[in-house]
Design a protein around this ligand. Structure first.
Ligand code: RIB
Length: 302
């Protein structure tokens, strides 16, 4: 199988606690429930792309522990090519400690584990996967040098290159932008990258235009319940979000990115691919957890 979508990124085991509200600094709070599910932005995006119709390969690292085996297995059962998922001895797998409150908002602490050891050479070893891909996706939970190398290589190979700049707390290296076809930040990431406040459609458009001036191809700002905004060299377009009752927003952004990439890989026009990502993300927030919440193509309303 030639993977049309290759994801270079993180795999985490998510340890999820639900509580009425998020704890304040120094506070101990009684929660309501606890569960453990496979997550990690890279792995979530790979699962989303696979469930939404693409053939997918993952390049990443796990530790030599039980979580690592479970994380790899979770991708294999989706038919994802895991030859590029390495096992690092002597380190833990990536872990995310997640608290979800009654309003379905979350707070996350990441321990990178094996993700932190994914060097550019780990990706270079699987260059044949990149060569066969149509779409290459990166996020920011693996070392910066690896993201930089992959974006540049994707551009050199003429692939569609997507960067989901998550998590982002400041500007990106400016030389990255010329390698990116689709930059897909959420509101806070757009704000951090563009250095402009983002709190509504107009401010998202301004940030998107600033990021395009910095060199990014097209920018899609995801705005949660307000939908998504495509910023291109024309008027752009706002895609209002389907109305849903959210129970857990974890991995909604990942579902959007994976669904959009799958749509592109299946040959859909860009705007249709955005709608696929958006419908899938809307469904994902009605379910708990990262990978378990991601829908299959057959579940999306036409
Ligand atoms: O985007 C959601 C993901 O962020 C979670 O699955 C968690 O692992 C963190 O990486």
């Amino acid at each position: 199988m030639n993977a049309k979508v290759v994801v270079v990124g993180s795999l985490n085991m998510d340890l999820v606690a639900r509580a009425q509200r998020l704890p304040r600094g120094g506070e101990t709070l009684a929660g309501e429930s606890f569960f453990t599910v496979p997550g990690g932005k890279g792995a979530n995006q790979a699962v989303a792309a696979a469930r939404l119709g693409a053939s997918v390969a993952m390049v990443g690292n796990v530790g030599d522990d039980a979580y690592g085996q479970q994380l790899r297995r979770a991708l294999e059962v989706e038919g994802i090519d895991c030859q590029g998922v390495g096992v690092c001895s002597g380190v833990s797998s990536g872990v995310a400690l997640i608290v979800v409150d009654a309003a379905s908002q979350n707070a996350i602490v990441i321990i990178p584990g094996g993700n932190g050891l994914l060097g550019p050479e780990s990706v270079r070893r699987f260059d044949s996967l990149l060569q066969q891909a149509e779409v290459i996706i990166c996020q920011l939970e693996v070392p910066t040098a690896t993201v930089a190398w992959t974006l540049a290589r994707g551009r050199e190979l003429g692939k569609k290159v997507i960067l989901n700049p998550a998590p982002a707390s400041g500007p990106l290296p400016v030389e990255w932008f010329a390698h990116i076809d689709y930059l897909i930040p959420n509101e806070s990431e757009a704000e951090a990258l563009a250095g402009l406040p983002v709190n509504d459609l107009d401010s998202a458009r301004r940030a998107g235009r600033r990021l395009r001036k910095m060199g990014a191809g097209k920018v899609i700002v995801t705005l949660g319940a307000q939908g998504a905004l495509l910023v291109d060299d024309g008027e752009g377009r706002h895609f209002p979000a389907p109305e849903v009752e959210a129970v857990d927003t974890t991995a909604a952004g990942d579902t959007f990115v994976g669904g959009f990439a799958a749509g592109l890989a299946r040959g859909l026009p860009e705007e249709q691919a955005i709608i696929v990502g958006q419908r899938a993300a809307a469904l994902s927030v009605t379910r708990a957890g990262a990978q378990p919440s991601i829908p299959y193509l057959r579940e999306l309303t036409p």
